[in-house]
Design a protein around this ligand. Structure first.
Ligand code: C5P
Length: 208
């Protein structure tokens, strides 16, 4: 099927990014990690000394330079936390909307991952997955990543941060994180990466 659009949503460290990349490879589709756009806004806010809680400040940071998207700093938890604050502002979501919709509308199809792909960005996607895992499992994954990167943060702190981010992302009024009514749920809590990817492909095959 040409032009297939696959929407992958879910909370932090659920495995959605890994699954979206694997699906893009499997089907030969371009992939957009939409969280990176919100992270670029957050990084610009931090770099320019703006206040992430002030909507006008966050909106001013939406005109970031595309080169910033390749900066490894964007992947850090500090930037992720601020991304979740700026992403609650309607002006920020509106500023990033067109770019995401354009990516999703490419004639050849696309895979996008984020929080509101199946609900707002690509409501007509051919296949929608909502990837989840328990907060405890997600905290363990993130904790292990941080340890590998030589960073020290207690598991309790990582879990508290994950819970706070879930709460902010799912409680905001504009495009909250929620599974689309027609999304297939994929719980990766007890799955290896390989098994989760296999299951994701099966779910897409069943839906397209
Ligand atoms: O997925 P990632 O952890 O990179 O996303 C960072 C933050 O960006 C999320 O916590 C969320 O607040 C925001 N985000 C969003 N909508 C998306 C993708 C990310 O609000 N489609």
């Amino acid at each position: 099927m040409s032009g297939m659009i696959i929407a992958v949503d879910g909370p932090a460290a659920s495995g959605k990014g890994t699954i979206a990349r694997a699906l893009a490879r499997h089907y030969g589709l371009p992939h957009l990690d939409t969280g990176l756009l919100y992270r670029a806004v957050a990084a610009t806010v931090l770099r320019d000394g703006l206040d992430p809680a002030v909507e006008a400040d966050a909106a001013a940071a939406c005109a970031f330079n595309d080169g910033l998207l390749a900066d490894p700093w964007l992947r850090t938890d500090d930037v992720g936390k601020i991304a979740s604050v700026v992403s609650a502002h309607p002006q920020v979501r509106a500023a990033l909307l067109e770019r995401q919709k354009r990516f999703a509308g490419q004639p050849g199809g696309a895979v996008l991952d984020g929080r509101d792909i199946g609900t707002v960005i690509a409501p007509d996607a051919d296949a929608k997955l909502f990837v989840q895992a328990t907060p405890e499992v997600r905290a363990e994954r993130r904790h292990l990543e941080l340890q590998k990167a030589g960073l020290t943060a207690s598991l309790e702190k990582v879990l508290a941060d994950i819970r706070a981010r879930d709460e902010r992302d799912s409680q905001r009024a504009d495009a909250p994180m929620v599974a689309a009514a027609d999304a297939a749920l994929l719980d990766t809590s007890v799955l290896s990466i390989e098994a989760a990817v296999q299951k994701a492909i099966e779910l897409v095959e069943a839906r397209r």
